[in-house]
Ligand binder design. Structure first.
Ligand code: NAD
Length: 423
C-alpha cells in the first residue's frame, strides 16, 4: 500500500469521527425530537452491487460497489465515487452524510451521497479500470441521474473516469445527459475554474473573515501547510492577491522567508525537485515550526489531525483557514476559541469544489458554457453568503464556527423535510 493510499484513508476516518462526535452535541443543542433524530440517523438509500468486469487475461472477475444516497430533501444527491480496496458501506454512509452537511452549509440545492468500488486501481491496467468503471455504472444506472444523484471524482478517480461514467450512462439511456456527472474535462462539458475552486472558495471566505474581524490592516503574513492541489493553488492565489506567503511545507519539509516567498519561483522549484524544501533564499523549517511560526493566517492544506491539544497553544496566527479535511481536533478547536483565534472550519472553508460542481451541473442542464469570470464571480457570492450565515450564528450563539456551521447544515435539511411533509 502506498503512503498516499494510507493517508487518504486515515484522513477521512478522522474526519468522520470528528464530525459525528460533534454532531451528538449539536443535536442536543438543537433539542431535536426523536422523529427528527431518526430521520437524520438513516440514509434514504444505501445499496451494494456485485458486477462483472472482463480482465485483460480474458477472464471475468466480480467486483463489489456501494452507493449511499443519504438525504435528498434539498435537491438531488451529490457525492464522489472513489476506488479503494478498503471501502466499506459504513464508511461510505458517513462520508455521504458529510456531503449532506457541506451542500447544506454552502446552501446549494443538493443533498448528499457517496459511493465507489472496492478495488485497488493501481493493480488494474487502463483497460481494466475502464471495464470496472463501466460495469459499476451499468449496475447503478437506474439509481443515478441529473435529477436523482450526481457522482463526481473522489479518492483515486479523475476526469478520465468521469468521461467513462458519462459515456456508459449515455449509451444506456440512448441520449446525451452531460449533467449526470461532474468533474468532466472542459472539452466534454466540464466547468472552467474547477481545478482551483476549492482554494479560491476558501480565500473568498478568508477575505470576508478578515473584514468582519476588523483585521483588514494585518500585514497578512500567511503560512500554508501542504503544497499539493489545494495548498499550491491557495499559495499562488494569495501571492497574486498581494498577501505575503512567508512559509510553506510539504511531506518532505518546510521553508520560511520573512520577506515573503516568490511563489511562481517556488512552483518551478517544486516541479524540478519534487519538493518545496531547499528553496534558494529561504530557511528550511520543520512542519511543527511552520504551524507555530509568527504569521497572521495559518492554512492547513495537507492532512487530518495536524493541530491538536499538544501544539494548539503554540499557534500564533489570528485566523486558521481549514482547507484540508479535519486538520484540527476538537480539543485544539476549543483552545483556539479560548485564545480568540478564528477557526474557519473545513465544511465551510473547502466547499468551493462542490460549489463549482453545482455550477457545472447547472451549465450542463442549460446547455451553457460560462466564462471563467462568471464562474468565479458566482463562487464568490455563494462562499461569502455561506460565511455570513455561519459567522452571524456564531456571534449570536457565542459558539465555535464549526458548531455554527453544523447547526445551519442540520437545520436546513430538517426544514426541507418539514416543508415536504416528512416531519
Ligand atoms: P494532494 O495530495 O494534492 O496534496 C497534499 C499535500 O500535502 C502534498 O503537498 C503533500 O506533500 C503534503 N503533505 C503530506 N504530508 C505532509 C506533512 N506531514 N506535512 C506537510 N505537508 C504534507 O491533496 P489535495 O487535493 O491538495 O488535498 C489536501 C487536503 O484538502 C486533503 O485533506 C483533502 O481531503 C482536502 N480537500 C481537497 C479538495 C480538492 O478539491 N482537492 C477538496 C476538499 C478538501
Amino acid at each position: 500500500m502506498s503512503k498516499k493510499h494510507e493517508r487518504i484513508h486515515v484522513d477521512e476516518t478522522v474526519l468522520c469521527k470528528l464530525c459525528l462526535s460533534e454532531l451528538g452535541e449539536i443535536y442536543a443543542d438543537l433539542e431535536l425530537t426523536s422523529d427528527e433524530l431518526d430521520l437524520l440517523d438513516m440514509p434514504r438509500r444505501s445499496f451494494t452491487v456485485h458486477f462483472p468486469a472482463r480482465m485483460d487475461s480474458g477472464k471475468t472477475k466480480m467486483f463489489v460497489g456501494h452507493r449511499v444516497q443519504y438525504n435528498d430533501a434539498r435537491g438531488p444527491s451529490k457525492g464522489g465515487i472513489r476506488f479503494h480496496p478498503d471501502l466499506t458501506i459504513d464508511h461510505v454512509k458517513d462520508l455521504s452524510f458529510l456531503m449532506v452537511l457541506k451542500c447544506s452549509v454552502a446552501n446549494i440545492p443538493f443533498g448528499g451521497s457517496k459511493g465507489g468500488v472496492v478495488v485497488n486501481p493501481k493493480e488494474l491496467s487502463r483497460n481494466e479500470l475502464e471495464q470496472v468503471t463501466r460495469g459499476y455504472i451499468r449496475a447503478i444506472a437506474d439509481y443515478i441521474g441529473p435529477f436523482k444523484d450526481i457522482p463526481a471524482p473522489d479518492v483515486y478517480t479523475d476526469e478520465k473516469i468521469m468521461v467513462w461514467i458519462l459515456d456508459e450512462y449515455e449509451r444506456i439511456k440512448g441520449m446525451h445527459v452531460p449533467a449526470v456527472v461532474t468533474g468532466k474535462p472542459l472539452e466534454l462539458a466540464g466547468s472552467r475554474a474547477r481545478s482551483y475552486s476549492t482554494s479560491l472558495g476558501g480565500i473568498y471566505v478568508l477575505e470576508e473573515a478578515l473584514k468582519k474581524a476588523g483585521l483588514s490592516e494585518l500585514p497578512k503574513g500567511v503560512a500554508v501547510q501542504g503544497f499539493g492541489n489545494v495548498g499550491e493553488n491557495a499559495a499562488r492565489i494569495l501571492h497574486e492577491k498581494g498577501y505575503k506567503v512567508i512559509a510553506v511545507s510539504d511531506s518532505k519539509g518546510g521553508i520560511l522567508s520573512r520577506a515573503g516567498l516568490n511563489i511562481p519561483g517556488l512552483m518551478a522549484h517544486k516541479a524540478k525537485t519534487g519538493s518545496v524544501a531547499d528553496f534558494p533564499g529561504a530557511a528550511n523549517i520543520t512542519n511543527e515550526e511552520l504551524l507555530a511560526c509568527d504569521c497572521d493566517i495559518l492554512v492547513p492544506a495537507a492532512l487530518a489531525d495536524q493541530l491538536n491539544e499538544e501544539n494548539a497553544r503554540d499557534v500564533r496566527a489570528k485566523i486558521v483557514l481549514e482547507l484540508a479535511n479535519a486538520p484540527t481536533t476538537i480539543g485544539a478547536d476549543e483552545i483556539f476559541f479560548e485564545k480568540k483565534i478564528m477557526l474557519i472550519p473545513d465544511v465551510l472553508a473547502n466547499a468551493g469544489g462542490v460549489v463549482v460542481s453545482y455550477f457545472e451541473w447547472s451549465q450542463n442542464l442549460n446547455s451553457e458554457y460560462w466564462e471563467e469570470d462568471k464562474v468565479v464571480r458566482r463562487l464568490k457570492n455563494v462562499m461569502i453568503s455561506a460565511f455570513n450565515d455561519v459567522y452571524g450564528l456564531c456571534h449570536e450563539e457565542k459558539c465555535r464556527m464549526r458548531r455554527a456551521a453544523y447547526q445551519i447544515g442540520v437545520k436546513r435539511v430538517l426544514q426541507a423535510e418539514r416543508l415536504r411533509g416528512n416531519l
